[in-house]
Design a binder for this molecule. Structure first.
Ligand code: FAD
Length: 602
């Protein structure tokens, strides 16, 4: 039979990048400035990517207001990750931070300033001075709109470098040949519904997170884990997907984020009795302990009946003691959000908040160079030729079991740049080749579309999506329970079966949002399965993954079981199979001391 793909339009580039958030734009800049013919595909206009919503800041040990150095940043990041982060990648990121932030400043990023003209820095959760002794001012900020400022600076720089954007193009599937090498992607132009092949020597995924697998989420509606889903369907394992960050302060009922920068500026969490309860849970860093710790403390307060409001279902974030001028200058966007979504002016009254799904620590496995790595021939981290990833869709792994606030924007800059540099090097050394496309390169995508067009008596995309979000929220939330996880695995399997039969009533091609949502659901389902199966299997508590049957004991501090579980999870879509690989506890440089395992307290 003739391959379906013969009539599909083909476009050829040196490199194709999927995603135009912070990671995609930073990578694109590296390629375009080196003269590579680079295509960037994005579902939305670049400056509407979720990076635009980042509020609090980007971490770098500039030491502009308090003493700081990258060793302390590295220590905080390893400890924050609950020792699941790879120490080579963490060293690389913390060391590079100053360089990439100054670079951004030179691109025109409008950072706030200290009185002597340096980049303004604020304290943030889990970031400390002198190995955990006191909060440090490390988060470089542009008011509470840091991501917005960053994305615009990067976009403008890309326009100057002649990066070619394909705006409102949705990548559908990864193209691999018989050797497993990556040759590009298939993509649909959203305006026409037509499918094309983007054939390239290098493919970089920078598709962002998948927080939309949960019912209550701070993430944008476009955060559907497309890159992660595409990789999983193409046989790439997903790393550490059981670890999801719940941000302590989503607006109760709405999920919209209130940045941790509010607590950095002096905000305090209070329960129904008005008590500053974090003093009991984290005597040193208090409200600025790491996110997993604060989210669990809040959930415990609510579960034990000390929640606020008629339903006792949230706690309060209080900044009424701050000067109105400080709020207007440093947190203007937050004041707006509180008025719009919670109906309170934080200058006068505290904001009702609850922990809300925020960030995926896991993703497509990469090394610190941005190469996608998989187990092959006895090697746990063998690069996949032609395939790179950076940003929230990737797992480098610097965040391990729990990410520190402001380390993600840093991750985008460092690993976006590093993936770009690796591609440029591989390109210039002649190592990257344009391998011939297989005849059936687009068949998988065309078959998915044909299935959707032909489906009758099918399932509603909305209903299946809702069932998935409810299942994730209930069975893999802030606290995890063995019986709920077991049930969750079964339920999410059933939801995945239903997702194979989704039906759209409108079969038209032009701007068919229903079709796009059905395709996005396929990706979300991969992420949800990976999360539930990986979480059920990990029989310890670590970072954001805390189980009722793995409590804090003398033998297993914080419920962590290093003897059996100090390892990365790898989940394969095919066969719903799990594998594991070692954590790299060795820093990159011989003269850097590894951060030794210890109990995590703040
Ligand atoms: C509300 C909020 C506030 C945050 N605040 C901070 C903060 O202050 N500091 C911090 O460090 N971190 C913060 N984070 C986390 C951080 O912002 C994100 O992790 C980061 O911005 C993700 O960047 P990215 O480049 O990986 O992806 P994104 O910015 O999400 O961009 C993804 C890109 O991929 C494209 N895309 C996706 N799928 C497809 C497809 N199929 N085809 C084509 N294109 C596709 C999208 O169009 C988009 O351009 C925050 C997150 C949220 C949600």
């Amino acid at each position: 039979m003739e391959a379906l793909s013969v009539n599909v339009a083909k476009r050829t580039f040196d490199a194709v990048i999927v995603g135009a958030g912070g990671a995609g734009l930073r990578a694109a800049l590296q390629l375009s400035e080196a003269g590579l013919k680079t295509a960037v595909l994005t579902k939305v206009f670049p400056t509407r990517s979720h990076t635009v919503a980042a509020q609090g800041g980007v971490a770098a040990s500039l030491g502009n207001s308090t003493e700081d150095n990258w060793h302390w940043h590295m220590y905080d990041t390893v400890k924050g990750s609950d020792w699941l982060g790879d120490q080579d990648a963490i060293e690389f990121m913390c060391k590079k931070a100053n360089e990439v932030v100054i670079e951004l400043e030179h691109y025109g990023m409008p950072f706030d300033r200290t009185d002597n003209g340096k980049i303004y820095q604020r304290p943030f959760g889990g970031h400390s001075m002198n190995y955990g002794q006191a909060p440090v001012m490390r988060s470089c900020a542009a008011a509470d709109r840091t991501g917005h400022a960053m994305l615009h600076a990067l976009y403008q720089r890309n326009v100057r470098a002649n990066t070619q954007f394909f705006v409102e193009w949705m990548a559908l599937d990864l193209i691999r040949d018989a050797d497993g090498d990556v040759l590009g992607v298939t993509a649909m132009e959203m305006e026409t519904g037509e499918v094309s092949i983007f054939h390239a020597k290098a493919t970089i995924f920078a598709t962002g997170g998948a927080g939309r697998i949960y019912y209550s989420s701070t993430n944008a509606f476009i955060n559907t884990g497309d890159g992660v889903g595409m990789a999983a369907r193409a046989g790439i394992p997903l790393e550490d997907m059981e670890f999801w960050q719940f941000h302590p302060t989503g607006v109760a009922g709405a999920g919209v984020l209130i940045t941790e920068g509010v607590r950095g500026e002096g905000g305090i969490l209070r329960n129904a009795q008005g008590e500053r309860f974090m003093e009991r849970y984290a005597p040193n860093l208090k409200d600025l302990a790491s996110r997993d710790i604060v989210s669990r403390a809040m959930t415990t307060e609510i579960n034990e009946g000390r929640g606020c409001g008629p339903d006792k279902d949230h706690v309060l974030l209080d900044i009424t003691h701050l000067a109105p001028d400080t709020i207007m200058k440093r947190l203007p966007g937050i004041r707006e959000i509180a008025i719009q979504f919670a109906g309170v002016d934080p200058i006068k009254a505290p904001i009702p908040v609850v922990p809300t799904c925020h960030y995926q620590m896991g993703g497509i496995p990469t090394n610190y160079k941005g190469q996608v790595v998989v187990p092959k021939d006895g090697q746990p981290n063998s690069p996949v030729a032609g395939f790179y990833a950076a940003g929230e869709c990737a797992c480098a792994s610097v965040h391990g079991a729990n990410r520190l606030g402001t380390n993600s924007l840093l991750d985008l800059l460092v690993f976006g740049k590093s993936a770009g540099e690796t591609v440029v090097e591989d390109f210039q050394s002649g190592q990257l080749k344009l391998k011939p496309l297989p005849a059936d390169a687009a068949d998988v995508s065309l078959a998915r579309l044909a299935r959707l067009d032909g489906q009758t008596n099918g399932e509603s995309v909305f209903d299946v999506g809702l069932e998935m979000r409810r299942t994730m929220q209930k069975h893999a939330g802030v606290f995890r329970f063995d019986n709920l996880l077991k049930e969750g695995v079964q339920k999410i399997g059933e939801v995945a079966e239903r997702a194979k039969r989704t039906e759209i009533k409108d079969k038209s091609k032009v701007w068919n949002v229903a079709r796009m949502e059905a395709l996005e659901l396929d990706n979300l389902i991969e992420v949800a399965r990976a999360t539930m199966v990986s979480a059920e299997a990990r029989k310890e508590s670590r970072g954001a993954h805390v189980r009722d049957d793995a409590p804090d004991t003398a033998e297993n501090p914080n419920g962590r079981d290093d003897a059996n579980w100090l390892k990365h999870t790898l989940w394969y879509s095919e066969g719903n199979r799990l594998d594991y690989k070692p954590v790299n506890l060795k820093p990159l440089s011989a003269d850097v001391e590894p951060i030794a395992l210890a109990k995590r307290t703040y």
